[in-house]
Design a binder for this molecule. Structure first.
Ligand SMILES: [Zn+2]
Length: 253
């Protein structure tokens, strides 16, 4: 996306959710095009293993949602501590969100081909559009967690349609801003979290109890049953998701 588009979307929505230093935020929103992010890849060549630094792509990058979530977490951590340092990761997260809504490929029959002309055309069309604020108002009224944000990032696939891309960029940037600056979790979040926490702990202890019974009677089958019960409770993904959401809100992630 063009720098002017990044600044326009990020600055306007950031300001709406209470960012005072929008100038710093605007600059942060184009930072990933100046200071590249990398990821480490393990490669094997001629039987030798080594690590390689690979530049993170901004379009059609399978790892981009992880990066967006990392920066969102970092921004929240600083925000909770009342530090201005939240601006940089917040701007970077917005940048990747906005690049990722665009599919820069051209359709040729049944294939999609990478094409610079298509990419530039979509980006200049987007640059002419206004930020559709009705999307921001929609998000403002919503109550959602970090996991909900991640699911929405995955759900809204990159598109070749400039208006749809702008709409998605606005919606997702608004979700980011709200989550970091003025988060509101669903009303039943904490009661649900407490419940699953208790069930997980009790379930794990029950499993440990079964292991002990198996041990006392030196019955490996009962021990195995206890072990798998404990494992089943401790690896419940819903528990870990809620725990992550809770920690994120408190800036503890
Ligand atoms: Zn970019």
């Amino acid at each position: 996306m063009k720098w002017s588009s990044h600044k326009k979307i990020t600055g306007k929505i950031g300001k709406y959710f209470g960012v005072r230093d929008t100038k710093a935020l605007n600059e942060a929103s184009i930072l990933p095009d100046k200071e590249y992010d990398y990821r480490i890849v393990k490669v094997k060549k001629h039987g030798k293993k080594y690590e390689k630094k690979v530049r993170l792509r901004h379009h059609l990058e399978p790892f981009i949602i992880n990066k967006i979530i990392d920066y969102t977490i970092e921004a929240r951590r600083w925000k909770v501590r009342n530090s201005k340092n939240y601006i940089i990761p917040l701007g970077k997260a917005a940048h990747y969100i906005q690049d990722n809504v665009i599919d820069p490929r051209k359709k040729i029959l049944f294939f999609k081909v990478k094409d610079k002309k298509t990419h530039d055309k979509i980006e200049s069309q987007i640059d002419k559009l206004n930020v559709p604020f009705e999307e921001v108002y929609k998000v403002e009224k919503m109550k959602f967690t970090l996991s909900d944000f991640e699911k929405e990032l995955k759900r809204r696939k990159p598109t070749t349609d400039p208006e749809k891309a702008m709409k998605n960029a606005t919606y997702l940037t608004a979700m980011l801003m709200k989550l970091v600056l003025k988060p509101e979790y669903p009303d039943n979040f904490w009661s649900k979290y407490r419940r699953i926490k208790i069930v997980t702990i009790l379930g794990a202890f029950f499993g440990i109890g079964v292991i002990s019974v198996g041990y006392i009677f030196s019955n490996p089958l009962i021990m195995l049953m206890g072990g798998s019960t404990t494992a089943a409770f401790l690896t419940n993904p819903l528990f870990w998701e809620r725990r992550k959401d809770a920690k994120f809100l408190r800036g503890d992630l």
